[in-house]
Design a protein around this ligand. Structure first.
Ligand code: KIV
Ligand code: ZN
Length: 525
């Protein structure tokens, strides 16, 4: 067990943060991430002091197995956890992936509510036996075993106590209580933890965890109520990413415990100043933009527009602010940069925004920054973040690159796009019509790179105010059940759109190459 993970009994004030962005978050339809993106998110989670990273579901796919394995090898401090159903094959596969970690954990679960018991068609006794066998098996492989009764909040209370006791006796070290369908409410969430901790023999030897979904908008409140009742591990995701309405948001519980320490005297090990950076990164790679009025990380979370608020803020920031923007890593100044800003100023700005770059990387980013500053008089913090996202997304080894694009658009149809792509080092050009310039550009891409992937999402965001603002475009493609998200930023929305589409195609090629050797891409001339 990691040193970070020590005292966690109910008498301790330390609450463990278990991040499941890469498992429950990624499970959210459409939020699929590449291996590189997962490794990067895991690194940021580790750096920010998250205690446990649930890195994936190793049996689910080769990609998940590889991601958990690589994250296990790379991570310095955090415990690396993998998910597995309640059978030996899943658990063995999970162990194969997490065993490389300094601090590995196996997380095994089974649905215990009447509705979930009906799926494998097990009666209460048969399920109890299965839990005993699988948790014992996991514990024989790994010292650190987490067990979850899925849909715990809709499980009969006496049966829940019985199976939790069995899991503890079989060697589970953490008992997680999932509110799988976001059904519970704060008082009930607290009562459940209290009941288990009071009534189950051996409960004082394990850590109780809370895992809440946000279907009724109570995930954060339910998690905090569970902590007040004695839970010492909160399971959560960055930006509350997750299936349906999402999971408990990491940034919300961490900041709630900080800001209201007076009434909730618990600590986490998370460096809150790293929140904004990872929030932006998760939004970029998942293609799930953060809503403007989202607590803590929304664009408007610290914006004070109304006259009364602005007046109060100028006199004393505490009038309307319960936390400072810099507490969550929003830079104090929004110092505007421009074409006369030098490399040193850019490095300082990047540092302030949470990016530490080596000399070569800085050189590349500086070239991009200059190109942007030539087109845009004032470059704001958000522009730099978009530029960094763009630089990370478009890797130098991409097989397809946008070389040239000119569109004809306006009131007279048809709109058309003349596009040149470099494909595997060779230039190919095509003109295509479409219903609007974006459609025309996408048709030109399809003509040059024929494919069967279907467009599932096309989303444009203005990075800043003003008509010269950069646009960040996200494109989600689906091919044979594989989902990829492409992203690009540019002051020209159509260029950003074409580049985002091509970025998604490049990711699809990487995915295809993992199952079959690389083939030449058919480029229709
Ligand atoms: O919501 C849930 O029940 C889960 C379990 C697998 C822990 O995510
Ligand atoms: Zn869940």
């Amino acid at each position: 067990m990691s040193s970070k993970e020590s005292p966690t009994t109910a008498s301790s004030d330390r609450v463990l943060i278990f991040d499941t962005t890469l498992r429950d978050g990624e499970q959210s339809p459409g939020a699929s991430m590449t291996l590189e993106e997962k490794l990067q998110i895991a690194e940021l989670l580790d750096e920010m002091g998250v205690d446990i990273i649930e890195a994936g579901f190793p049996i689910a796919s080769e990609g998940d197995f590889e991601a958990v394995t690589e994250i296990a090898k790379q991570t310095k401090d955090a415990v690396i956890c993998g998910l597995s159903r309640a059978n030996y094959k899943d658990i063995d596969r999970c162990w194969e992936a997490v065993k490389h970690a300094k601090h590995p954990r196996i997380h095994t679960f089974i649905g215990t509510s009447p509705l979930h018991r009906a799926i494998p068609n097990l009666d209460q006794d048969q399920m109890a036996e299965r839990i005993h066998e699988t948790v014992s098996h996991a514990r024989n492989l790994c010292d650190n075993v987490q067990w979850s009764p899925m849909d715990a909040t809709r499980t009969e209370r006496d049966y829940l106590c019985r199976v939790v006791e069995i899991a503890i006796k079989a060697g589970a070290t953490t008992i997680n209580i999932p509110d799988t369908v976001g059904y519970t409410a704060p008082r009930e969430s607290a009562d459940l933890i209290r009941m288990l901790m009071n009534d189950v023999p051996g409960a004082d030897e394990v850590v109780f965890a809370t895992h809440c979904h946000n279907d009724l908008g109570m995930a954060t409140a339910n998690a905090l109520a569970a902590v007040e009742a004695g839970a010492r591990q909160i399971e959560c995701t960055i930006n509350g990413l997750g299936e349906r309405a999402g999971n408990t948001a990491l940034e919300e519980v961490v900041m709630a415990l900080k800001v209201r320490h007076d009434i909730m005297p618990y600590r986490t090990g998370v460096d809150a100043t790293k929140i904004m950076n990872i929030s932006r990164r998760v939004a970029a790679v998942s293609g799930f933009a953060v809503q403007y009025n989202k607590a803590i990380v929304g664009k408007n979370a610290f914006a004070h527009e109304s006259g009364i608020h602005q007046d109060g803020m100028l006199k004393n920031a505490e009038t309307f602010e319960i936390m400072r923007p810099e507490d969550v890593g929003l830079s104090e100044s929004n110092l505007v940069m421009g074409k006369h800003s030098g490399r040193h100023a850019l490095r300082e700005k990047l540092r302030e925004l949470g990016y530490e770059l080596g000399d070569n990387q800085l050189k590349d980013v500086f070239v991009r920054f200059k190109a942007l500053a030539d087109r845009k008089k004032e470059v704001f913090d958000d522009d730099i973040v978009a530029l960094m996202d763009d630089a990370t997304t478009s890797a130098g080894n991409d097989r397809i690159k946008v070389k040239f694009l000119r569109v004809i658009c306006g009131t007279e149809a048809p709109q058309s796009a003349d596009l040149m792509l470099e494909i595997d080092g060779k230039d190919h050009q095509k003109t295509a019509d479409g219903d609007g310039p974006v459609d025309a550009a996408f048709n030109a891409v399809k003509a040059l790179v024929p494919h069967t992937a279907r467009l599932k999402l096309y989303q444009v965001h203005a990075v800043t105010d003003g008509t010269d603002a950069q646009a960040t475009v996200s494109v989600r493609l689906e091919e044979d059940g594989k989902i990829v998200v492409g992203q690009a930023a540019d002051t020209d929305t159509i260029v950003a759109s074409a580049r985002a589409y091509v970025n998604a195609l490049n990711k699809l090629l990487v995915r295809r190459d993992k199952s079959a050797p690389a083939e030449p891409i058919a480029a229709a001339e």
